[in-house]
Design a protein around this ligand. Structure first.
Ligand code: SAH
Length: 297
């Protein structure tokens, strides 16, 4: 569990531009993304700026030797501001692609635009944070592809209450990215991870964002969280052969659960609870997730 519950929902935009905390700067700023930095520097130098959305692929850095004396002395805050401008741009481009792929829920798209995805990557990969792909986060797990994160949340939000989600549960915190996006569309987010180092990674990734409405749990998500159930939305970020009954039992009536189901061939399934003893299931599109596993490590 994170510490005290304070404000709901958080103002992520207010933290994205902030200077990173000490431990964050160790992870992502002290290992500068040279390409990103160069792009920022080129942008700030080649005024007027084109206004075009930068491509998701960062520009290739110029060879260091080509203009060794050309750089102005950059203060840390200048670099930070420039990096933040570049990541804002590539994040907008990422969201535009997600929308082009068919996600229409404006609240979900706005949430995706607010969450600094690069802050959930290890420094060596953060220049790829905004491409539409799942990427490794260690322990044979991945951060989900932006499109599928948005799509699952959009499906979950399409409820009888006009998209209002009070309490949601995520199975498979991973690096914490999807939990951060969820925190902008739901009042309370609970997220469970079965791999201890990933649970801790998510905690440290989320800490500088100071998100008050996320509760992280270390445990087997197949059991859900009966102590805080019911949930009006549940998302599984890992694929099982079927959705565990414990999770179905922890849905509110009218609640919506979105899960990848299958092994080699997986499909996204939407399960709606229609009464105490009834659920309906709809099969949506094909998808590809890491496996849902029982127990903890
Ligand atoms: N939500 C993440 C995706 C993480 S990948 C994101 O934002 O990108 C899926 C995660 O599910 C992995 O970290 C894996 O360890 C976890 N997982 C698999 N089975 C689980 C279970 N039974 N309980 C909790 N987490 C589980």
């Amino acid at each position: 569990m994170t510490d005290k519950a304070k404000r709901f929902p958080l103002q992520l935009s207010s933290v994205v531009d902030k200077k990173p905390s000490a431990d964050r700067s160790n992870r992502s700023v002290a290992t500068p993304q040279t390409a990103t930095k160069n792009a920022a520097w080129e942008n700030s130098r080649n005024t007027p700026r084109s206004g075009a959305v930068p491509s998701a692929q960062p520009q290739k850095p110029a060879p260091a030797a080509s203009k060794p004396m050309a750089r102005p002395a950059e203060s840390a805050s200048h670099v930070e501001r420039s990096n933040s401008m570049v990541s804002d741009g590539v994040r907008k481009a990422m969201v535009a692609r997600v929308a082009k792929q068919g996600v229409t829920d404006a609240k979900v798209l706005a949430a995706m635009e607010s969450v600094p995805r690069h802050m959930f990557m290890e420094p060596g990969l953060s220049s790829q944070a905004y491409i539409d792909a799942s990427l490794p986060i260690g322990h044979h797990q991945t951060i989900s592809q932006p499109y599928i994160v948005a799509r699952m949340i959009e499906i979950m939000r399409d409820n009888q209450q006009g998209g209002v989600l009070n309490r949601v549960l995520e199975i498979g915190t991973g690096c914490g990215y999807q939990a951060a996006v969820l925190s902008l569309v739901a009042k309370e987010v609970y997220s469970i991870e079965r791999i201890k180092p990933l649970h801790e990674l998510a905690r440290s990734n989320l800490r500088p964002l100071r998100i008050a409405n996320i509760r992280l749990h270390y445990g087997d998500g197949m059991l859900g969280l009966p102590q805080v159930a019911p949930f009006d939305g549940i998302i599984l970020a890992a694929a099982g052969l079927e959705v565990p009954q414990a999770l179905l039992d922890q849905m509110t009536i009218g609640g919506r659960l979105v899960a990848p189901v299958g092994s080699r061939h997986q499909v996204l399934q939407l399960i709606q609870r229609t009464s105490k003893f009834d659920w309906t299931s709809t099969t949506l599109e094909d998808c590809h997730f890491v496996p849902l596993r029982a127990g903890t490590v």
